[in-house]
Design a protein around this ligand. Structure first.
Ligand SMILES: [Zn+2]
Length: 243
């Protein structure tokens, strides 16, 4: 029953609550009844704490959070893929309890077989398409900063997941309380404004940030036009319909 003095994973001598080598936490005592109850409570509350911290920082200082991830720091703020999990959770609640629109949009995919339609649901299609297109548009507009594509891609996931989640929560609140339906433009405007905040160098004047946001919206429109052109050439009858 004596307290351990070395880490059970890497055998490093313990000098505090956390192993200095592998980061394993040591409580300094054996398991007790509180661990059984408290483990569940902290399991529910701890991700929420880092979730709210990540959202708050992404709203206030998006460049810092995205740069932190690009630089290889992990575990304190949530990663882009973790935000996607929360976004899908919010989407799921929204689809089950409110309505079938995603981001204020009703999206129909025609020209695919019924069996494929179930797999390639409009929501999944939109989701899979939006993030690479957003990454391509920032790669085009901010090409001079020489960021790698994985950097553009992870920034796109962060900003899309942030605003898709917040927009869906706001949409549902306004829809359920006041009967107002928010249009998708608000969500996309916010995503592009925040991506301009991430990619514009520090100290950029606000009107330049705004201009960068407009430029990347134009870039996205161009990419969409090219994609629709390709879809039309491949299948003139059943191009993607949006409405
Ligand atoms: Zn260790």
């Amino acid at each position: 029953m004596s307290a351990s003095t070395t880490c059970t994973i890497c055998q490093t001598e313990l000098q505090g609550d956390y192993c200095t080598s592998c980061g394993q936490r040591y409580l300094g005592r054996r398991v007790n009844a509180w661990d059984v109850i408290g483990g569940w409570l902290s399991g529910l509350l701890a991700p929420e704490r880092s979730l709210l911290g990540t959202y708050r920082q992404l709203l206030v200082n998006p460049r810092y959070i995205v740069n932190n991830y690009w630089s290889g720091f992990r575990g304190y703020y949530l990663s882009p893929s973790q935000l996607v999990v929360y976004m899908l959770f919010v989407f799921g609640l929204h689809l089950a309890l409110v309505n079938q629109n995603i981001l204020g949009m009703e999206v129909n995919v025609s020209g695919v077989s019924d069996s494929l339609k179930a797999f390639l649901s409009p929501q999944l299609f939109l989701f899979l398409l939006m993030i690479p297109l957003l990454a391509l548009s920032t790669a085009g507009v901010y090409y001079r900063q020489k960021h790698s594509f994985p950097e553009h891609f992870t920034a796109a996931i962060y900003l899309f997941a942030l605003w898709a989640t917040l927009f869906t929560l706001l949409y549902d609140m306004l829809y359920l309380l006041l009967g107002i339906e928010l249009g998708p433009l608000w969500c996309f405007a916010a995503i592009f404004l925040w991506s301009a905040r991430v990619f514009s160098p520090e100290g950029t004047a606000w009107y330049r940030v705004l201009l960068n946001a407009v430029l990347s919206i134009l870039m996205l429109a161009l990419l969409f036009a090219i994609l629709l052109g390709i879809a039309y050439l491949l299948d003139p009858e059943g191009a993607i319909e949006q409405g």
